[in-house]
Design a protein around this ligand. Structure first.
Ligand SMILES: [Zn+2]
Length: 484
């Protein structure tokens, strides 16, 4: 009741709040390409220095405003970004724009050719690069908010199944290899050898759907297109340089297809590709191995194919100028998995072993992970979000989410259509279902995996609850009672 009174009094003294209830959109790109070299790339089990940029790294921001709620979505060309960094950037961007931190969704794309944003085993985050990264994200939101203009919005979906393959496989006898702990209890194998007769069947589904939201100016000029596809990344980027992988290439190619190629257009069109739920989905066709292509060839091919399909649907997409926005955020505290005393002792033994050849593959890396997890606090609090943009629902989860979880959310969401953006607002490693945990494999190993076994059930429940809140527009959940 109190909040309603406050709301009424705010409306009474600012009558133009209602009069200004017009849908507006703005988009912008912040440059996060390193300025000092070398940088160290994150996303593999080896040290990978880079001395140059094969293509720019960007933070791509979309700010939307329905006259009552203003929100920002920023997709960042990075492999993973921890919550602490996103929280800091949200505070800065909020100070600069007035947009509430809990009205910002920020996510990494998962390019495996970007500098570290936190210290990992083979890549330390440099202070210089962190400055570039944070500054670029804040810039993108500031500029997108400054670019707000009366707009119209449309959305669509299209299935593009040919590029997504579940990467976890049941194997025929002899196909399971020892894990980094020396055990052979895995029932499935990640990225198994192709076409060697050892493959039995894939251990999970894929989500072939590309979802997109398009915003245009009142004159029909495209402002931005935010797409979502559940593909880990494409890769085959030559060593020694940074790259946005197919995420940046999609942005370039969708621009060629639907926007003016006039680079003087102000503000310029912004294409954005967010990562869906691709924790167990990559671009390798295991059943029918494809010949290896030249560097960037596959990146251009996949990005171009996805852009083609989106552009086809876009041509017949209806845009409307009055939609409402809603956003809800909730924190969830989850247990962190810990090594048992026995596992910890083994990890320490592995770390002390001078001859690595005596140990299972990647034993030392996982031993270091185990020690690290043992030293972490017992729980971690993560941010979950749901957004409603017109009739489209978006869920945001800070993990590398398995495809079946994304499919479940799409099916159960009260907002249709819905999609999930992963690696959002933080990074808590892989998110398999409890069933997938029982199957074992890379994404469930202690180290690549850190959240309690039932994390996905708890996360799904909260995310669906939040989608119900934004669907119904419950006071306090979806509306900004006290301004922005
Ligand atoms: Zn990954």
């Amino acid at each position: 009741m109190v909040s309603r009174l406050i709301l009424l009094s705010v409306l009474a003294v600012t009558p133009n709040l209602l009069a200004a209830a017009e849908f507006r959109a703005g988009a912008a790109v912040g440059d996060i390409t390193p300025s000092e070299w070398p940088v160290y790339l994150v996303g593999s089990f080896s040290e990978r220095p880079a001395e140059e940029a094969w293509d720019p790294l960007s933070a791509r921001a979309l700010v939307l405003d329905d006259g009552e709620t203003r929100l920002a979505i920023v997709i960042v060309d990075s492999c993973l970004i921890p919550r602490t960094l996103f929280d800091e950037v949200k505070r800065q961007a909020s100070q600069a724009t007035g947009i509430r931190p809990d009205r910002m969704l920020m996510a990494a794309t998962h390019t495996h050719s970007a500098p570290a944003s936190l210290d990992r085993l083979f890549a330390k985050a440099s202070d210089e690069y962190l400055k570039v990264l944070k500054g670029g994200i804040v810039d993108s939101i500031k500029q997108a908010a400054a670019n707000l203009e009366p707009a119209e919005i449309g959305w669509g979906q299209v299935d593009v199944p040919e590029h997504v393959h579940n990467r976890r496989w049941y194997m025929k006898p002899g196909g399971i290899v020892p894990d980094p702990f020396g055990e052979t209890t895995d029932q499935v194998r990640m990225n198994p050898p192709r076409g060697r007769g050892l493959l039995d069947r894939a251990a999970g589904p894929v989500d072939p759907q590309v979802s997109f939201i398009s915003v245009r100016g009142k004159d029909g000029r495209p402002i931005a297109l935010l797409a979502n596809y559940s593909l880990h990344y494409v890769g085959n980027v030559p060593a020694g340089g940074v790259s946005s992988d197919y995420f940046g290439e999609f942005a370039r190619q969708i621009k060629e297809r639907i926007a003016s190629d006039d680079d003087d257009q102000r503000p310029p069109f912004v294409g954005i590709l967010s990562n869906g739920t691709s924790g167990d989905v990559n671009n390798i066709n295991f059943r029918n191995p494809q010949p290896r292509k030249k560097p960037f060839e596959q990146i251009r091919y996949v990005a171009g194919s996805v852009a083609d399909e989106v552009a086809k649907v876009y041509k017949t997409t209806k845009h409307r100028d009055s939609v409402t926005l809603a956003m809800a955020q909730r924190e969830l505290t989850l247990d962190i998995r810990k090594p048992t005393e026995e596992e910890l002792a083994r990890a320490k033994r592995f770390l002390a072993e001078p001859d690595e050849a005596k140990l299972p593959r990647r034993a030392k890396a996982y031993a270091a992970f185990a020690v690290d997890l043992a030293e972490m606090p017992p729980t971690e609090t993560i941010i979950l979000q749901a957004l409603r943009i017109g009739e489209v629902g978006i869920a945001a989860i800070p993990c590398e989410v398995f495809a079946e979880i994304g499919l479940h959310i799409k099916e159960q969401s009260p907002v249709k259509p819905s999609f999930t953006i992963e690696l959002a607002n933080g990074w808590n490693r892989y998110l398999p279902t409890p069933r997938q945990h029982r199957l074992g494999g890379y994404e469930t190993w202690l180290g690549t995996n850190m959240l309690e076994i039932h994390a996905s059930d708890k996360i799904q429940a909260v995310v669906l609850d939040l989608l119900h809140e934004v669907a119904s527009g419950e006071p306090g959940a979806s509306r900004d009672d006290a301004g922005r």
